[in-house]
Write a protein of this length. Structure first.
Length: 75
């Protein structure tokens, strides 16, 4: 078993605290899903979001590729 010093544990805790203090998404309130520019509660109820990531649209790689290809040809 690999032993870890108390100093290393404290450093990891401090790093974790810093990372957790950063917001995941701008314009998103973790306290109120209905506030902000997008009503995330409504999207969750309607099933309009990715199953694992809140606020991300559910899509496939093929859909993403096709939409990206269309946007490049429009320019």
């Amino acid at each position: 078993m690999h032993k870890v010093s108390k100093a290393q544990v404290h450093a990891w805790k401090a790093e974790l605290e810093d990372v957790l203090a950063q917001p995941l998404m701008s314009g998103f309130s973790a306290r109120y899903l209905t506030s902000g520019s997008v009503n995330y509660a409504d999207r969750l109820v309607n099933g309009d979001t990715h199953e694992a990531f809140l606020g991300i649209d559910a899509s496939s790689a093929l859909e993403d590729f096709r939409s990206n290809k269309k946007s490049k040809t429009v320019k």
